[in-house]
Design a protein around this ligand. Structure first.
Ligand code: PEP
Ligand code: MG
Length: 607
């Protein structure tokens, strides 16, 4: 007798790629949604008992969070543990506590019900504000709220620490505490309904190297524990009930990436040197001190761009000089004997900080940002400069200014630096007086006056992410015109060549920290143009090292000469890809998947 077989169809869900890698396995739906608590009347005389229960729950939750903080500090370092300070602050929020007690006295019902209502109200208010920082506070409030409720009701939470098999976790949201404490060997990937690439959870997934996708709407409602899935953290997709052929192609891709990455690992301790002996510095871009693990494990020659904006985000106050200094020193010590180039605050554009009251602008990328902001807010700028100078006793620290548009601005920044040095001298505080200072070249006017700027700095670092958008008048975060954002445009290449030549004629070295340096085909042209340093995301460094080690410098120079005789971007890209294909064909294959991911990332950044 024939049984009717139910055809289970493959279904793809798309979200935001939060952490790269491919995981294939079974779903575990983690119930991080809050439970429904019903209102129950309480006699007036019993209200003090309810208040006492509430206070006990707050104390128990505080103890719990301190305990988690301790565990995380031991396992992952202090920086991760500090995230929980925000949770502790919620527990100590007088306004919130008083609102619960007032409503309790007025409504005379069980405290868990009132507490849940108040927490919901707070978290919704924060979630609706169009601001990354405040949105994240909303999930902190919910996370702490859930803990307090569990302590009030005595119910145990699901936990991700005690899993008996490998799973791909699906949740409405994962709090930093869930992520930090989950069983690292058993959780092979995760996806959440909400969240963005800059949420703490996404950041942690990347540093834990767990593939992750976030922002897949309603996923935790649609999936069930036990379903088979493929989680593709490169492209930001989740494929449920994959067909045999999808599964096979992912298995092949995963194998291929693994084999190739394993091969790249063997280059870790080797220099970025061409077949005919030309060496360049190959360093990494970082955003937080914890990224340094990845810098070290990928064999990067130090840090070519330390974006310091992260210090100012996810907090309500400004970072102190001590905080800055500790972080810079930590990074410098870890990358020793290589260098770390600290970029001063590049606030603005698409990076806003809610607590600094910056008016909304029509054209934020052309507005009051980066060095322009710092030169007006000397109170903020000087704190950072003092910290960089104090940390510079390590000798492997360099400093650079973002968004320099011309020599007057550069001189002004240098004058502030001199003032700060003078202040430190007067205070008897030690620093490296010969600290190297550089300018980012990311505005066409700076590129075109690089010969003049070269007299006032020790190095240039070309920021192509901005240089391209300003040169081609293409908003870097607008997906509608993403196809017009062309690193290989002759106009961009001419500008880069001009900067390299002006820098070298002025006796200084020239590097690049824009995304373009992380594209193997473009890296061949840049190498041929004589760039001295390339800095890209740590995980990309092995590919660029492989590219450099596979080619002759003379061939890269020929390529650079040849592309300047071409007229179309497409022709230039094709010629560079041809050389890449000749010198390292495996990289061309791997790069096709990565290119898609980068494109997706760029698109998502606009959301
Ligand atoms: C750049 O503009 O190329 C750069 C590296 O800076 P950011 O991406 O932080 O603007
Ligand atoms: Mg920039």
């Amino acid at each position: 007798m024939k049984t009717k077989e139910k055809i289970i169809r493959e279904k793809t869900y798309t979200g935001i790629p939060a952490s790269p890698g491919i995981a294939i396995g079974k779903v575990f739906v983690f119930d991080s949604q809050e439970e429904v608590i019903l209102s129950r009347p309480v006699q007036k005389d019993d209200l003090p008992k309810e208040i006492a229960r509430f206070e006990d729950a707050l104390i128990a939750t505080r103890r719990e969070i301190l305990n988690i903080q301790k565990q995380i500090a031991q396992k992952m370092g202090l920086e991760h543990a500090e995230i929980f300070n925000a949770h502790l602050m919620v527990l100590e929020d007088r306004a919130l506590i008083e609102e619960v007690i007032k409503r309790l006295e007025k409504e005379e019902c069980n405290v868990e019900y009132i507490f849940q209502q108040v927490i919901r109200k707070y978290s919704e208010i924060f979630a609706q504000i169009n601001d990354e920082y405040l949105k994240e506070r909303s999930s902190d409030i919910r996370d702490v709220g859930r803990r307090v409720l569990h302590n009030l009701t005595g119910k145990k939470r699901d936990d991700l620490m005690h899993l008996s098999e490998e799973v791909i976790v699906i949740a409405y949201d994962l709090s930093p505490s869930d992520t930090a404490l989950m069983h690292k060997e058993r959780v092979i990937g995760f996806a959440t309904d909400i969240g963005g690439r800059t949420s703490h959870t996404a950041i942690m997934a990347r540093s834990l190297a767990i593939p992750a996708v976030v922002g897949v709407h309603d996923l935790s409602i649609k999936l069930m524990t036990g379903q088979n899935v493929i989680l593709d953290g490169n492209r930001g997709v989740l494929i449920v009930n994959p067909s045999k052929s999808t599964l096979r192609s992912y298995q092949v891709e995963r194998e291929r990436i693994l084999v190739f990455e394993h091969k790249l690992e063997t280059l870790k301790d080797l220099p970025a040197q061409t077949l005919d002996g030309h060496k360049v510095v190959l360093s990494a871009n970082i955003e937080m001190p914890e990224d340094i693990h990845s810098v070290l494990s990928h064999g990067c020659h130090g840090v070519g761009l330390y974006r310091t904006e992260f210090f100012y985000m996810n907090r309500t106050d400004l970072p102190t000089e001590e905080e800055h200094m500790r972080a810079y020193k930590e990074v410098a010590e870890k990358v020793w004997p290589h260098d770390v180039i600290i970029r001063t605050l590049d606030l603005g554009g698409d990076k806003f900080l809610s607590h600094l009251e910056i008016p909304k602008e029509m054209n934020p990328f052309l507005g009051w940002r980066a060095i322009r902001f710092c030169l007006e807010r000397l109170d903020i700028f000087k704190v950072q400069l003092r910290a960089i100078l104090r940390a510079s006793t390590s000798k492997n620290i360099k400093l650079m200014y973002p968004m320099i548009s011309g020599v007057e601005e550069l001189k002004k920044a240098n004058n502030v630096l001199e003032d700060v040095k003078q202040e430190l001298k007067e205070e008897g505080i030690d620093f490296n007086n010969d600290l190297e200072v550089g300018a980012m070249i990311e505005i066409p006017s700076a590129a075109l006056t690089a010969d003049i700027l070269a007299k006032h700095v020790d190095f240039f670092s070309i920021g192509t992410n901005d240089l391209i958008q300003y040169s081609l008048a293409v908003d870097r975060v607008n997906e509608k015109i993403a196809h017009l954002y062309q690193p290989a445009h002759l106009g961009v290449l001419r500008m880069i060549r001009g900067v390299i030549e002006a820098g070298h004629q002025g006796g200084i070295w020239v590097g690049m920290c824009g995304e373009m340096a992380g594209d193997p085909a473009m890296a061949l042209i840049l190498l041929g143009m004589g760039l001295d340093e390339l800095s890209t995301s740590p995980a990309t460094v092995p590919e660029i090292k492989k590219t450099i080690r596979s080619v002759r410098f003379s061939d890269a120079k020929d390529l650079a000469d040849e592309v300047f005789r071409m007229t179309s971007t497409h022709e230039i890209e094709k010629r560079a890809m041809k050389l890449l294909q000749e010198v390292t064909p495996e990289l061309v294959m791997l790069n096709q998947a990565r290119a898609k991911r980068r494109k997706a990332l760029r698109k998502r950044r606009t959301a």
